[in-house]
Design a protein around this ligand. Structure first.
Ligand code: GTP
Length: 441
């Protein structure tokens, strides 16, 4: 009996989404000047909602002077929104903001309709797109954690679905029964969370083993990061033959793809494509991102791709850096890459961004433009990650000599007694490993 709840409850929205006529609402505190930003946010929410499978019937910017603790927006605004929902025959309301569970319940009462927020839409999109076991587990964990404080609301939905009168054996629940059921559900969710966390640890351990074997090869890795839809997969496909799924939808890529690539100086590198970032990424999702982004954490250099043709490119860059900070990787060397320059008739955005990112490279991943400059920059950045050092290696450790020869450029090679003296240009990671053999740098 106990095990029946979660699937039914958690998939509640996916049952509704196919036929849902969604009214989108973006709330901003301020004056009329905020309207344009609100419209842009709605545009993005609309893409997310459509990717999730909702039918968007109307988008409403909502400029307010203050928030309301009970219903998020104040009474007058709420009435306007309720009227809009009726006018457009909406069956679902989607807020661009994170709505607290109690506000969500109060809003649902006012609209007489389900109300969801941006987090729930993103979680839904992630759940649809996840391919690997690890991504699926992470997203389920985020979903379960999101639903836990909202159980009460889900029971309201269920009793509505089953007829709330309480008549008949299979009908509604009395209040006492409902409360008891919520307690049982909480326990089941807690157990599910524990189980998912345990499974994630196991999958991670496997991945860790694979990674350390790759790191032994000491091939430098570039992680392609950036806001969703910036063109990350297109770039990886253009440089390698990765055939990563490219689509003009948000979050086309949820799992990382890593490919080998040879730079024009014959240096072998690994390129990895990562999940896109997004504005106001909910904390629960940052945790989910952490696993899918693990490859990027271990990259030596990040390629930060920016869609400069997008009117909100600057805000998207800031959002990306926010996520990098949360993931503790913002200190890694970053090459900023302005993409989609073929779509920029007006260069004012590029000029503005150049002030912030003076060393940026401009490309069109789709039309293979600007790649020479990009690759040159990658070689340069990589050489900053290397140093020349002299190593004294005892003949007995001959395996080490071949390791150095494989991953470095040998400047000179002599013998002294039973030792090999190598002067070589080596990646910093390799030098760290070879510390005990270094005689001078
Ligand atoms: P997510 O998986 O959502 O993070 O997206 P992504 O960053 O991997 O973007 P993707 O490569 O899927 O590209 C998104 C859209 O932008 C696709 O329709 C691409 O064809 C298009 N695109 C990518 N690069 C360029 C470019 O240089 N010029 C133009 N015009 N379109 C581009």
């Amino acid at each position: 009996m106990e095990t029946e709840i979660s699937d039914h409850n958690i998939s509640l929205l996916s049952v509704q989404k196919g036929s849902s006529r969604a009214l989108l609402v973006s709330v901003i505190k301020g004056g009329a000047a905020q309207r344009e930003i609100c419209e842009e946010h709605l545009q993005e929410l609309s893409l997310l909602a459509e990717t999730f499978g909702l039918h968007v019937v109307h988008k409403t910017p909502c400029i307010i002077r203050r928030y309301d603790a009970k219903t998020y927006v104040t009474e007058g605004k709420l009435q306007e929104l309720v009227d809009f929902s009726k006018e457009h025959q909406a069956t679902l309301i989607v807020f661009d903001d994170e709505i607290a569970p109690s506000q969500q319940r109060n809003l649902e009462k006012a609209f007489g309709l389900p109300v969801i927020d941006r987090t729930e839409v993103i979680l839904g999109v992630f759940a649809q797109r996840a391919q690997t076991k690890e991504a699926r587990l992470q997203i389920e964990l985020a979903q379960v954690k999101y639903q836990a404080p909202r159980l009460k609301r889900l029971w309201t939905h269920l009793s509505r679905q089953h007829g709330s009168g309480g008549s008949g054996s299979g009908g509604g629940h009395t209040k006492g029964e409902g409360e008891k059921q919520i307690e049982i559900d909480r326990r089941i969710l807690r157990r599910r969370i524990d189980l998912l966390e345990k499974e994630i640890l196991e999958v991670k351990a496997q991945r860790e083993t694979q990674r350390s074997s790759r790191h032994r090869a000491e091939i430098p890795m570039f992680g392609i990061i950036g806001y969703t839809n910036a063109g990350k997969s297109t770039l990886l496909n253009a440089l390698t033959d990765a055939k990563v799924f490219v689509e003009d939808k948000l979050f086309a890529t949820l799992d990382t793809t890593t490919r080998k690539f040879v730079l024009p100086n014959n240096q072998e590198i690994l390129l990895t494509d990562t999940v896109g970032f997004i504005r106001k990424l909910p904390h629960l999702l940052v945790a989910a991102f952490k696993s899918t982004l693990e490859e990027a954490f271990h990259s030596d250099i990040l390629l930060h791709l920016v869609d400069v043709s997008h009117p909100m490119a600057e805000e998207q860059c800031d959002a990306t850096f926010e996520v990098l900070k949360e993931l503790n990787v913002e200190k890694k060397p970053i090459i900023t890459v302005f993409n989609k320059i073929d779509l920029c008739a007006d260069h004012s955005m590029i000029n503005r961004l150049r002030i912030k990112y003076p060393k940026a490279v401009q490309i069109s991943a789709l039309h293979h433009k600007g790649f020479d400059e990009l690759l040159e920059m990658m070689i340069k950045e990589l050489s900053n990650q290397r140093r020349i050092a002299t190593l004294r290696i005892p003949q007995l450790d001959y395996g080490v000599v071949s390791e150095v020869m494989r991953s470095g450029n040998i400047v000179s090679h002599t013998y002294e007694e039973n030792d090999v003296i190598l002067r070589a240009d080596l990646p910093n990671v390799m030098l760290e490993k070879m510390k005990k053999y270094i005689i001078n740098e």
